[in-house]
Design a protein around this ligand. Structure first.
Ligand code: 3PG
Length: 391
């Protein structure tokens, strides 16, 4: 096995930190298991190499030292067991020692219930490190957190390295943002500029085209002097939106502003949808999607892109009458020869709705971690592994 690209894995105790923070319904059932499925290759690799395997993750944001039944990874251990085709025992108390034999895999209960995990207390990190010979971080979704199981253990473990999922995510992001085939086109959409302002600012110094959508586009339309009626927007961020447009223009890059939009009088699935020129929006209109002319123009540009980064739907795609823009761009991304990377909950829902999973170059398992990468931030959990690798 090339796990940790190092010699001996056979008989070694391997501690794998995955991100198995999956959504559960009220009955405690997993409603979306992508992260569990994505954790399988690292675990299988370690098992195949004859390691004694421990897997852990956080689930939710529990109170440390106060374990509650709803904090349990039990449904995750069961799902992982189904995927691996073998029993995955769940160990409740494990910080002071784990009994696991070579060729076996156990799941260690929600690591965020351990005292000191969130603050990465050295006393906990040192204990975690003593549990294993090899620490493998495969948790891209938690790589923006410097916690006991994502950072501290990596400092103290005998050997520490990135697992296949974390490596693949970092490779895809590097290919998309650090060394992209150009033109590099980013779609940044969603309800608010405020939650994505740093992403827009960071991308404005790199991308060749910045497609905005949703409430974000409304604020950019305001910045372009257009009336947006009663649409969702942040008037106080119009200056920031202008600055992004100017920064892009100064590089000869472009932020396309919609030339037509789909409006309604109310925010509802059955609201009557009307296509209007962007210059004709009435005071009582709500913009709920980009118009067909805008969507077709953007789709042409996506088909000519070298790299596409996609975060956020450009309209209220949950309502069929306002889904055309998002669907058109999704299909264009699917048909484009560009390398594409997508991430974020709503984006993944759109990808699933249009059935284009196989046509996206890379779908990130990260939520906050993916957004932080787009902001240009470094990921502490990956940095410590690089530091360890450098000696
Ligand atoms: C996520 O769901 O984005 C990750 O699992 C990180 O979770 P956190 O925001 O609770 O650290």
């Amino acid at each position: 096995s090339d796990l940790c690209a190092q010699g001996k894995v056979q008989g070694q105790r391997v501690f794998i930190r995955s991100d198995l923070n999956v959504p559960l319904n009220d009955a405690g059932e997993i409603t979306e298991d992508t992260r569990v499925r994505a954790s399988v290759p690292a675990i299988e690799m370690a098992l195949k190499a004859g390691a004694a395997v421990m897997v852990t993750s956080h689930l939710g944001r529990p109170t440390e030292g106060a374990f509650k039944p709803e904090d349990s990874l039990a449904p995750v251990a069961q799902r992982l067991g189904q995927l691996l085709g073998r029993e995955v025992p769940l160990i409740a108390d494990w910080v002071d020692g784990v009994n696991v034999a070579p060729g076996q895999v156990v799941m260690l209960e929600n690591c965020r219930t351990n005292v000191g995990e969130k603050k990465n207390l050295p006393a906990l990190a040192q204990k975690l490190a003593r549990l294993c010979d090899i620490y493998v971080n495969d948790a891209f979704g938690t790589a923006h957190r410097a916690e006991g199981t994502t950072y501290g253990i990596a400092e103290y473990a005998k050997t520490a390295c990135a697992g296949p999922l974390l490596s693949a995510e970092i490779d895809a992001i590097t290919k998309a943002l650090a060394a992209p085939a150009r033109p590099l086109v980013a779609i940044v959409a969603g309800s608010k500029v405020s939650t994505k302002l740093t992403i827009l600012q960071s991308l404005s110094s790199n991308v060749d085209q910045l497609i905005v959508g949703g409430g974000i586009a409304n604020t950019f339309m305001l910045a372009a002097g257009l009336n947006i009626g009663k649409s969702l927007a942040e008037a106080d961020l119009v200056g920031d939106a202008k600055a992004v447009i100017d920064a892009m223009a100064a590089r000869g890059a472009d932020v396309p502003i919609p030339t037509d939009v789909v409006v309604a009088k109310t925010f509802a699935a059955d609201a009557e949808a009307t296509i209007k020129r962007a210059t004709d929006v009435a005071d009582d209109d709500l913009i709920l999607d980009i118009g067909p002319e805008t969507a077709a123009r953007l789709a042409e540009q996506l088909k000519k892109a070298g790299t596409i980064v996609w975060n956020g739907p450009v309209g209220v795609f949950e309502f069929d009458a306002f889904a055309h823009g998002t669907e058109t761009l999704a299909q264009a991304i699917a048909q484009s020869p560009a390398f594409s990377i997508a991430g974020g909950g709503d984006t993944l829902a759109a990808i699933a709705k249009y059935g284009i999973e196989d046509k996206i170059g890379y779908i990130s398992t990260g939520g906050g971690a993916f957004l932080e990468v787009l902001e240009g931030k470094t990921l502490p959990a990956f940095e410590i592994l690089q530091k360890r690798a450098a000696g």
